[in-house]
Design a protein around this ligand. Sequence first.
Ligand code: GDP
Ligand code: MG
Length: 173
Amino acid sequence: MYKIVLMGRPNVGKSTLFNRLIRSNRAITHDRAGITRDRMEGTVKSKFHRPFVLIDTGGITLDSHSQVAEGPEGIRGFEKEILRQAEEAMQEACAICLVVDGRDGLMPFDEHIAAYIRKLGKPVLLIVNKVDGMEKEELMCSDFHVLGFPLVAVSAEHGNQIRYLESLMVDLL
Ligand code: GDP
Ligand code: MG
């Protein structure tokens, strides 16, 4: 089955989005009861599109961050570790969704991840998350156009634009 991976800095909302995509489809298909919050891989199913596997990356939490950051490599060591852990998933995925935080704006690590992803040559969709009120959508997205990926603004927490996001994800395959 086709695989799409969610990639991005810690705390941008990847897991919230993952759970939202799995849960919303569970409501339709009634067959995802075994999926728990911590599960990293799940099938997104809907009567509107063919099913695909979604992978959530970023097992590192901000707690382990503080440990790694104490080392000589500091924040860079932490960033490298995130990329290393996600590397396998990104290699095996057919397409990559880079999730960013629309409230933070473009951060240096977003750019590092984008550069890494670009080299893989796979289809990419940029998901600007935490756009909770759509009236600010344009402003919150304007920073990210420089990355050069097609983008969509969503709110994983409130569920805004999730159906539309799903259709864009399927179009990547
Ligand atoms: P991850 O580290 O990328 O997996 O991020 P999480 O899914 O754990 O979310 C990090 C934090 O952002 C949590 O406190 C979420 O509740 C919050 N969050 C996720 N999505 C949204 C959103 O759409 N809007 C807002 N305001 N907060 C969000
Ligand atoms: Mg997470």
